[in-house]
Ligand binder design. Structure first.
Ligand code: HEC
Length: 141
């Protein structure tokens, strides 16, 4: 029955394009939702945590890691090993968010790196602030 099977094929096609169209509509809805929150992941971010993370970065981290995360802060000059540049794409790709948050909270020594990278135990119960610090580190790539 060549005719019947032909119709079936048409039905499949129609269903397939329906699915395609509804996924476009869905994607559009998500994009809209993200935009109305002020862009990318900021939609779900807690503004207090963002503020605190920025403050922590500027007061504790820039000394060594530098304003642009290049590892060229004044405190890094005498260090060996020096902090890497966070703009290193290879490092950004191979490093997981958990690796970054662990070294921030527990310090370099806990993960086999230099103990010059101090622990920040006060952030252990502020996971949102740590998440935002991870985003700052990611922002230099
Ligand atoms: C006293 C200088 C100093 C300060 C202050 C400092 N760091 Fe570091 N940090 C280092 C050094 C040195 C390393 C590299 C250690 C190594 O390679 O053995 C490092 C490593 C890191 C790494 C891991 C990078 C890698 O190679 O995987 C991250 C992430 C990081 N620091 C984030 C921070 C953040 C966020 C802060 C502020 C809360 C901070 N650091 C404060 C010196 C510092």
């Amino acid at each position: 029955m060549p005719l019947a099977s032909g119709n079936e094929e048409n039905d499949h096609m129609r269903n397939a394009s329906k699915t395609l169209i509804s996924s476009f509509v869905l994607a559009g809805t998500f994009a809209l939702a993200a935009c109305s929150g002020g862009g990318d992941k900021a939609a779900s971010a807690n503004p207090e945590a963002v503020k605190e993370a920025k403050q922590v970065w500027e007061t504790r981290c820039v000394t060594c890691h530098g304003n642009n995360g290049l590892g060229d802060g004044p405190g890094a000059a005498a260090l060996n090993p020096k902090p890497r540049s966070f703009s290193d794409k290879q490092w950004q790709m191979k490093t997981k968010d958990e690796d970054i948050s662990k070294v921030i909270v527990e310090g370099g020594k806990a993960v086999g790196m230099s103990e010059a990278m101090a622990a920040n135990p006060d952030l252990a119960d502020k996971p949102e602030v740590v998440d935002e610090l991870v985003k700052i580190v990611r922002s230099f790539k």
